[in-house]
Design a protein around this ligand. Structure first.
Ligand code: ASP
Length: 316
């Protein structure tokens, strides 16, 4: 590290590729997932090192994971109960607290880019369904046909889900899969600005039209320079009901809890007793990192303020 770097303001990035998994990934798959996490981290960190904004870094990191069929976002998204694919994404920056989100999009190749476009180019924060698609197309975003998103593995997971769900039993929210794979990123740029983003296909077997926490600012994604940037993954209904991402930030601001403590309390002492399984990644304005999960495993990685890169798709 040069003396220039020592003097420069800290930069850092953290990504996740979902939590859950009763069965741990096969070694070959584990390695493949770690490689994608590493590419995502390097894409985001490379931009931060050149002085780009945290929002640019978050978007770039998430695009890498959306383009990989190994994660449940963009290509490789999970199926609804009706065999459709409906994707959600959101992004937020912590200086001016601008935010953008899309829900239930089916043909936008990179939903995180659409969320970014909503933030930058529309008067709104959240757009859903056909209106969001049409708007994305009009704004020049790349579109893709259903075949691009669907993978044999996700089809197999849908079949397994159907087999697990008893005939006649409501399929809404029941029998959700054990392995999730939503992606997210949080970043800190040289100006001291934080950003967070999350992108997902949701949960296997969800009802068409269901939105999870991932596109909801304050639930699945939140960024505020006065506290932290947070991206969540897990059983979305619980993350919405507990306002998880904004609760962590509020604990930091009002209770003066450090990031790690706030994340641990919310994931282990609020969510878990309520039955909410999942994980969060977080970053504060000093570059402190939090990774907290109450599931057996979580795919995550970071490049910290010292430039140290780590990835893991296992448990602790
Ligand atoms: N939170 C996402 C949702 O409920 C799923 C996930 O994180 O895996 O849609």
């Amino acid at each position: 590290m040069t003396s220039m770097n020592l003097l420069a303001a800290p930069i850092a990035i953290v990504v996740h590729g979902g939590a859950g998994s009763a069965q741990l990934p096969q070694p070959a798959r584990e390695e493949a997932q770690r490689q994608v996490l590493e590419r995502a981290l390097k894409a985001g960190h490379g931009l931060l090192a050149q002085g780009a904004s945290a929002v640019d870094a978050v978007e770039a990191a998430i695009v890498v994971m959306e383009d990989s069929p190994l994660f449940n976002a963009g290509r490789g998204s999970v199926f609804t109960a009706e065999g459709t694919i409906e994707m959600d994404a959101s992004i937020m920056e912590g200086a001016g607290r601008s935010a953008g989100a899309v829900g239930g999009v089916t043909t936008v190749k990179n939903p995180i880019r659409a969320a970014r476009a909503v933030m930058d180019r529309s008067p709104h924060v959240m757009m859903v369904g056909r209106g969001a698609e049409a708007w994305a197309q009009r704004n020049g975003l790349e579109m893709a046909p259903l075949e691009y998103f669907r993978t044999p593995e996700r089809l197999r997971e849908l079949e397994e889900w159907k087999a697990r769900t008893r005939p006649g039993k409501s399929r809404s929210g029941g029998g959700v899969s054990d392995h999730w794979g939503t992606v997210g990123a949080v970043a800190l740029d040289r100006n001291g600005t934080l950003a967070a983003g999350t992108s997902t296909g949701g949960m296997t077997g969800k009802l068409p039209g269901r939105l999870g926490d991932s596109p909801i600012i304050g639930a699945g994604t939140f960024a505020d320079n006065r506290a932290c940037a947070i991206s969540c993954t897990g059983h979305g209904e619980f993350f919405i009901r507990h306002g998880v991402a904004s609760d962590i930030a509020a604990r930091m601001r009002y209770l003066q809890q450090p990031l790690k403590q706030a994340a641990r309390v919310v994931v282990q002492e609020v969510l878990l007793p309520a039955g909410g399984r999942g994980a969060v990644i977080g970053l504060d304005a000093k570059g402190n990192i939090a990774v907290e999960f109450n599931t057996p495993a979580m795919a995550r990685g970071s490049i910290d303020c010292d430039g140290k890169l780590t990835t893991s798709v296992l448990g602790r």
